[in-house]
Design a protein around this ligand. Structure first.
Ligand code: FES
Length: 68
């Protein structure tokens, strides 16, 4: 996942992925271009519910811990 990449590469995005991928925080919110977004798998209900709480939600928002 994108969260795995951030952790593996030790990228310093403050507070990114606080819940460590348990789909309970939305701090891994990522906004994709429409082109990339259209190629992703559909989000599951858990992700949709948590995305509703994300700051700055857009039509192409996803949770980085759920995108492979
Ligand atoms: Fe918490 Fe993705 S890391 S929802």
């Amino acid at each position: 996942t994108i969260l795995d990449v951030v952790l593996d590469k030790e990228l310093n995005f403050e507070s990114f992925g606080v819940c460590e991928g348990t789909v309970s925080c939305s701090t891994c919110h990522v906004v994709f271009s429409e082109d990339v977004y259209s190629k992703l798998e559909e989000p599951l209900m858990d992700e949709m519910d948590m995305l509703d709480l994300a700051c700055g939600l857009t039509e192409t928002s996803r949770l980085g811990c759920q995108v492979y």
